[in-house]
Design a protein around this ligand. Structure first.
Ligand code: HAM
Length: 421
């Protein structure tokens, strides 16, 4: 046997229904909020992420599946979607063709991290991005979409946390205050923090090393250093969330692990996930489109990890599926009629199956049971003689003869009741 690569997973029948449930809601919400799908390649030039995600990030420093291809180009499997979305926006001049570029994508991402619960090397994101809209109501809309996804999935005890990391105008003063407050303590922090201090000091707030925490807890808060515009923007975002009755908490340490963020940052945390507790994260990135060679357009978005959403679904989740109908045919004539009926059911939109190999009544009924059929349709000699089909409700055990002409309609009515997967 050749096993799957560490940190990658097959999503098997039995699990995949939960994925489809999550993806269905994600797509439905995007449609409701006016976001359109975009699909970009999983492989990109390495420099897109070095420039986009940022040189100081763990992603670019340690986690990329980057290699030289046979043509000698440096390429990488995408570790996140945002730089790819920006590239596509710039490359196709979408700012000219779309009045408001509100986009979403679903697909696999790749990071060479140490696998653990909720953290994988191939994982999947539902990613939402908005370009060229600066109003705080857009921040609130994006957060609302994220929150509605988690709420719609009935994920218990989820918590929305927010912060503002300021902009190019106010960030330097905050960074200076941060380094001043660190002072002599900088030498006591871990190696990663020392490196961060020289490249992007804000990232010190991301540190998880226990010994560093007392020092980091004493550091200043970015919200106290916001310029007037950033402060107004952030308080307006909060005002909208209040209006929409979305609860949140400010987390001064929420600077996020990527370099491009400006102003609003946010995450939704789940309580059942252990160490990898971020169900989704995002924020504004007002300079990224320009950095990647595009016009001076703002950006905001988030990405949710599908594995984490699936893990956090409530145990009691009932995934709505259409229960299938099962055709049971006896004898050669019954079988010929059964096959005709099978196709009629399917053409009428009723999910229907038939057992092709087992011919005996008991064997076929057993298969119908195993398929969790809601209805079986029995066609044998007696039924053929009467011009009927015996329709059996597998849940109640009731059965009756239904005229052949009515059986598709009656079956449709019976199985349309949604059932438990
Ligand atoms: P991120 O925080 O790196 O942000 O990832 C977003 C989400 O992807 C996380 O909250 C988590 O649910 C999931 N995730 C990340 N890494 C892994 C992993 N190794 N295994 C499983 N799930 C994982 C971004 O990627 C940004 N592009 C989000 C964004 C969009 N910001 C603005 N627009």
């Amino acid at each position: 046997m050749i096993p799957a690569i560490r940190g990658t997973h097959d999503i098997l029948p039995g699990q995949v229904e939960k994925w489809q449930h999550v993806e269905r809601l994600a797509r439905a919400l995007c449609e409701r909020y006016g976001y359109v799908e975009i699909r970009t390649p999983v492989i990109e030039r390495e420099e897109l992420f070095a420039k986009g995600t940022g040189e100081s990030t763990d992603i670019v420093q340690k986690e990329m599946y980057a290699f030289t291809d046979k043509g000698g180009d440096r390429v990488t499997l995408r570790p996140e979607a945002t730089p790819s979305m920006v590239r596509a926006y710039v490359e196709h001049s979408l700012e000219q063709s779309m009045a408001a570029a509100k986009l979403y994508a679903l697909g696999p991402m790749f990071r060479y991290e140490r696998p653990q619960k909720g953290r994988y090397r191939q994982f999947h994101q539902f990613d939402v991005e908005v370009f060229g809209l600066n109003d705080p109501a857009v921040d609130a809309e994006v957060i609302d979409l994220a929150w509605s996804l988690v709420a719609g999935l009935q994920i218990p005890q989820a918590e929305l946390v927010m912060n503002s990391v300021g902009c190019a105008t106010c960030r330097p003063a905050f960074q200076a205050a941060l380094l001043a407050a660190l002072g002599q303590d900088l030498a006591k922090l871990c190696q990663d923090c020392q490196r961060r201090a020289s490249i992007n000091p804000l990232r010190i707030y991301d540190c998880k090393v226990p010994a560093d925490q007392p020092i980091i807890d004493r550091l200043p808060h970015s919200v106290d250093y916001l310029c007037g515009d950033c402060a107004t923007h952030f308080s307006t975002v909060q005002g909208h969330l209040t209006t929409w009755e979305i609860p949140w908490r400010i987390s001064h340490r929420l600077v996020r692990g990527l370099d491009y963020y400006t102003r609003t940052t946010f995450e939704v945390l789940g309580q059942t996930l252990g160490a990898q507790n971020a169900l989704l994260g995002g924020g504004r990135y007002d300079g990224l489109v320009k950095t990647l060679g595009g016009p001076d357009r703002t950006g905001i978005g988030f990405a949710a990890g599908l594995e984490r959403l699936v893990l956090a679904l409530p145990e009691s989740l009932v995934v709505p599926v259409l229960a299938p109908a099962f055709v049971v045919a006896i004898g050669e004539d019954g079988r010929a009629e059964g096959l005709r009926l099978l196709r009629e059911l399917r053409r009428a939109g009723v999910p229907a199956q038939m057992e092709f190999e087992a011919r005996g009544l008991r064997a076929q009924m057993k298969r119908a049971d195993r398929a969790a059929a809601r209805a079986t349709l029995l066609v044998g000699g007696d039924e053929l003689a009467r011009g009927e089909v015996t329709l059996r409700d597998m849940r109640t055990g009731d059965q009756r003869g239904v005229p052949r002409a009515d059986v598709v309609r009656e079956t449709a009515a019976l199985v349309d009741a949604r059932s438990i997967s």
